[in-house]
Every structure is written in C-alpha cells, then in structure tokens.
Design a binder for this molecule. Structure first.
Ligand SMILES: Cc1cc2nc3c(=O)[nH]c(=O)nc-3n(C[C@H](O)[C@H](O)[C@H](O)COP(=O)(O)O)c2cc1C
Length: 279
C-alpha cells in the first residue's frame, strides 16, 4: 500500500512537474501556473494524509495485549506522553473523570503485585473451580498505570432535559458514561505506548475485589475509584494476534441484517480464548 501510494504520487507529481517544465511557456496566464502549483500541493497534502492514516492503522493493528516484558524503563517524558494521549480521549460532556497513578519504583510495584496475589489467592480459595492466572510479569513491567476515576463528575449535568433516564437514583447510566470515557482514555494510552515501541496489558480481573486494598497502598482518597490497571513495558516476546471478527461479520449498512445474527453457539465459540471464525 505504501509503495503503491508512493508510485501514484510520483506519477502525478512527475506529470505536473513535466507540465510546468515543458508546457509552461504555452500557458498564457499566471492563473494556470497557480492552478498547477495548487494541484501539486493538494496531491502532496493528500499523500501525507494517506501516510498518516497508514501509520495510524499500523499502530491500531499491531497493538497487542502484552503479558510478559523484558526489563526496561519509562522516562518522565514518556510517562507524560502516555497521559497526554489519554487526556485527549472523548468522554460524556467532556467531564474527564480519569486520573492516573504511574508506578515505576520496584518496591512500589512489589506492593501492588503483593495485593494482586493476595486477592487472587483468596478468590482462588473461595472459588476453586475458577482459575485466575498469576501475574508474575507485572513486576517486570516498566510501569504499572493505575487508572482511576472520579465519580463526582456527573454526565447528567446539563443533560437532564435531553436524556431519557427515568430514575435519577438509577446509577447505571452514570456508570455507563463513566466507564466508557475511561475506557477510551485507556485505549489512547495503549495505542500511544504501541507507537512508542512498548506493549501494554489492560488488567481488570477482580479489580473490585482488590480496590480497597490497592487504594490504601496507593494512598487514593475517597471517592476516587480504581477502574483498571495497565502494565506497560517492552514485550518479552511476540504476542500473536488473537481471533478478530471480520469486518463483514459486524458491519451492517443502513439497517441491521438480522439474517447475519450469530447463533448462541457461534457467540460462545468466538468468545472463547483461542477462538476461531464461525461459519
Ligand atoms: C475492559 C478490558 C478488560 C481486560 N481485562 C483483562 C484482564 O483482566 N486480564 C488480561 O490478561 N487481559 C485483560 N484484557 C485484555 C483482553 O484479554 C484482550 O484485549 C483480548 O484478549 C484481545 O487481545 P488483544 O488486546 O491482543 O487484541 C482486558 C481488556 C479489556 C478491554
């Protein structure tokens, strides 16, 4: 694609430069020359946009959940860049509920990993049939980004007249907006980490079970909530792309094509780790 784009631009630019060099004397007006220059500029801008799009798609496609790191460091500038990307995420009425604690010191990471393991063990004892993976790799991450949210930001503010949420005591709508916005900020952070050559693992397993203890370790006051944890570091190996549903399976144009609604079995198959395509 990139080579093809180059070729197209080269041909067009050659054409127009040829026109300037050879046909120029035949142009009687200055306007025609301006037109040629503008056209060339336009093509160049289009080419630059295409390259940017290409690079963006490359980053989006190559982002992988990374569950293993080699030793590396994140500088202050890199940390700021990650949070800079996160803060530009969209969110309901721009209320920006997110905050981040970035943990890089080995002993502080150890405290977090300890809480994680303790909660995991308790959970495992209480639910022997349900396995939670150990997260030994967290200690090797260059940084653990603890993603927090301030629930006092209320997306209802100013929207009372336009939303159809029937019950002001119903927390679910607020929760919905809260988590969607913070999720968008995490994705921005992950994509930026990918573009910087890092990998990231978005972790939520039993986050509610460990919230109080994790907040105590981090010194997070009420009413701030712990929403997720993101481990960032240089990937220790290549993480293969898991199954991704095809565009044609999830894109409906103009109306939902009910004929393509997945069967329950297909949904279950596609949701499983190591899933394969349904028919
Ligand atoms: C909301 C959310 C929660 C997740 N929680 C965990 C988690 O607790 N543990 C984990 O290993 N991966 C977690 N992941 C990562 C997913 O498992 C991963 O995104 C998915 O398998 C697709 O792989 P990919 O990110 O490499 O495309 C989470 C991802 C999201 C978006």
């Amino acid at each position: 694609m990139t080579v093809a784009t180059w070729c197209v631009c080269l041909i067009f630019n050659t054409y127009w430069f040829g026109a300037i060099l050879n046909v120029m004397p035949a142009y009687s007006t200055y306007i025609n020359f301006i037109k040629i220059v503008c056209r060339t500029l336009l093509l160049t801008v289009r080419f630059v946009c295409l390259m940017q799009l290409e690079n963006l798609m490359k980053v989006i496609r190559s982002r992988r959940t990374t569950r293993g790191f080699v030793e590396s460091e994140l500088t202050d500038e890199q940390v700021e860049l990650l949070v800079e990307a996160a803060r530009f995420a969209p969110c309901a009425i721009n209320y920006q509920p997110w905050e981040f604690v970035v943990v890089r010191e080995p002993e502080n990471k150890r405290d977090i990993v300890d809480v994680w393991n303790r909660v995991r063990d308790e959970f495992q004892t209480a639910h022997p049939g349900y396995r939670i993976a150990t997260k030994a790799y967290l200690q090797e991450a260059a940084a653990l980004v603890m993603v927090l949210g301030d629930p006092r930001c209320d997306p209802r503010m100013g929207l009372q007249d336009v939303i159809r949420s029937p019950d002001p005591r119903d927390y679910s709508w607020r929760e919905y907006m809260f988590l969607l916005g913070i999720g968008a900020s995490i994705e921005n952070l992950l994509l930026t980490a990918t573009a910087m050559g890092f990998g990231g693992g978005w972790l939520t397993t039993d986050i509610m079970g460990m919230e109080d203890e994790m907040k105590r370790v981090l010194g997070v006051p009420e009413p701030i909530r712990l929403v997720s944890m993101v481990a960032i570091g240089i990937p220790g190996r290549k993480f293969p792309m898991p199954f991704k549903r095809d565009v044609e399976k999830l894109l409906h144009l103009e109306h939902y094509d009910a004929g393509r609604l997945r069967s329950d079995e297909d949904v279950v198959r596609e949701c499983k780790p190591g899933a394969t395509r349904s028919r």
